[in-house]
Design a protein around this ligand. Structure first.
Ligand SMILES: NC(=O)C1=CN([C@@H]2O[C@H](COP(=O)(O)OP(=O)(O)OC[C@H]3O[C@@H](n4cnc5c(N)ncnc54)[C@H](OP(=O)(O)O)[C@@H]3O)[C@@H](O)[C@H]2O)C=CC1
Ligand SMILES: O=C(CO)COP(=O)(O)O
Ligand SMILES: [Zn+2]
Length: 353
């Protein structure tokens, strides 16, 4: 008997483009959301987007409450939940980079309340996904969270954000190549749950981004457009899969371990990009696609070496040899690399000297 079932939760409205920030209030209306919103933001995004959006709401007769978070922590999620309850908020709006959006996403999951994602940085593919990532003890990887009811991505705001945030978003997408290789390997060796649609979408997203790499330049609003569409597509692949598998393999394990060993040293996307160069080598050896990945990263100004990440060589080796323990996710790292093998791959790919 056929007993399979699936439940894919995707945003109902996706609005991307120049100046669409002013459409948030219309999106709320289109979704028939009633009552008082709670905006979750962080300091810079508050200035560049949350305050102007609040003014639009006020002009429409809606008085939003705003909470500003400084760090992605569970305390911050708790505080947002408390304020939402105390103020009788009807829905949340996450306005900012990954920090603000993840906190809003996780608080709304707990509150069983809808939320809207309004990214101010094209820095990673969590802007549309059903995954939230807030450090919890030693753990750094994402967990299930509320997917947004809508995403409103203003390319004018995204293009004005620091360039390295955009290159981090690009590198997060380029790393989909190795994430999918790991997922297919795990399917073959461990028969893990696998979706060919999600894998193909994730791969195609990386391919389209690489094919359009010449459009990704600082100060070009079109870059924000190309990258944001790719981030959306990658987030949708995760929602179809019901896990971060299509966009997170061993290169993400490596990055999560760097977050523990060298907190705050580099951006998520930049770390996964460098991880992807090395795990591509592990998959395909010298004739594999590791050079293509490295060249794609270089072409959009993303780091390809430990030095460019601002992380020392020994930390890279330590992360490579220990990151398989981070979570129960089978990848090319298997049950772990020894130090000699880790040093070898990092040297052969030019990540360390
Ligand atoms: N859910 C998921 O699947 C994923 C989640 N993540 C999580 O996302 C976070 C990383 O995302 P990231 O966006 O880099 O982090 P942040 O939200 O911390 O943003 C990075 C920096 O950019 C600033 N910023 C944001 N928007 C603008 C803007 N328009 N102009 C100027 N500065 C701006 C922020 O300012 P300020 O300091 O004032 O806030 C901050 O200093 C991590 O917490 C990570 O764990 C990462 C990958 C996937
Ligand atoms: O960053 C992600 C996808 O790009 C989410 O992956 P993780 O589940 O490994 O945190
Ligand atoms: Zn990522």
């Amino acid at each position: 008997m056929f007993e399979k079932s699936t439940w894919i939760r995707l945003p109902r409205n996706v609005v991307v483009g120049h100046g669409v920030r002013s459409a948030v209030v219309d999106v709320v209306d289109d979704l028939h959301l009633q009552g008082r919103p709670l905006f979750v933001t962080s300091p810079t995004p508050r200035e560049v987007a949350a305050d102007p959006i609040a003014a639009d709401f006020e002009a429409a007769g809606i008085e939003p409450k705003i909470v500003t978070v400084e760090k992605a922590t569970f305390d911050a999620v708790e505080r947002v939940i408390e304020v939402a309850e105390a103020e009788g908020a009807a829905y949340l709006v996450g306005i900012g980079g990954g920090k603000a959006i993840d906190i809003a996403k996780m608080a709304s999951y707990h509150l069983e309340m809808g939320f809207l994602s309004v990214p101010t940085a094209a820095s990673h593919d969590g802007i549309v996904s059903n995954r939230g990532s807030v450090p919890d003890g030693d753990s750094r990887h994402s967990v299930a969270a509320e997917p947004p009811l809508a995403v409103v991505a203003d390319t004018a705001t995204l293009a004005d954000a620091p360039w390295e945030l955009t290159t981090a978003g690009c590198a997060d997408i380029i790393s989909n190549y190795t994430a999918v290789m790991d997922w297919r390997l795990a399917k073959r060796l461990k028969d893990v749950e696998y979706s060919e649609y999600a894998a193909a979408l994730s791969e195609m997203t990386a391919e389209i981004l690489v094919d359009n790499a010449e459009l990704i330049r600082p100060g070009l609003e079109e870059s924000a457009w190309v990258v944001t569409k790719a981030l959306m597509s990658s987030g949708v692949a995760m929602s179809i899969a019901g896990s971060s598998r299509p966009a997170s393999g061993a290169e993400h394990l490596f990055s999560h371990q760097l977050d523990r060993l060298a907190p705050g040293a580099a951006l998520h996307g930049h770390q996964v990009g460098v991880g992807s160069v090395m795990t591509a080598y592990l998959h395909g050896g010298d004739r594999g696609i590791w050079r293509d990945i490295r060249n794609a990263l270089s072409s959009i100004d993303a780091p390809t070496t430990a030095a460019e990440l601002g992380i020392d060589d020994e930390t890279v080796v330590e992360a490579l040899t220990t990151c398989h323990e981070i979570r129960d996710r089978y990848t090319i790292l298997g049950d772990g690399m020894n130090e000699r093998a880790a040093r070898d791959v990092a040297k052969k790919t030019g990540v360390i000297d």
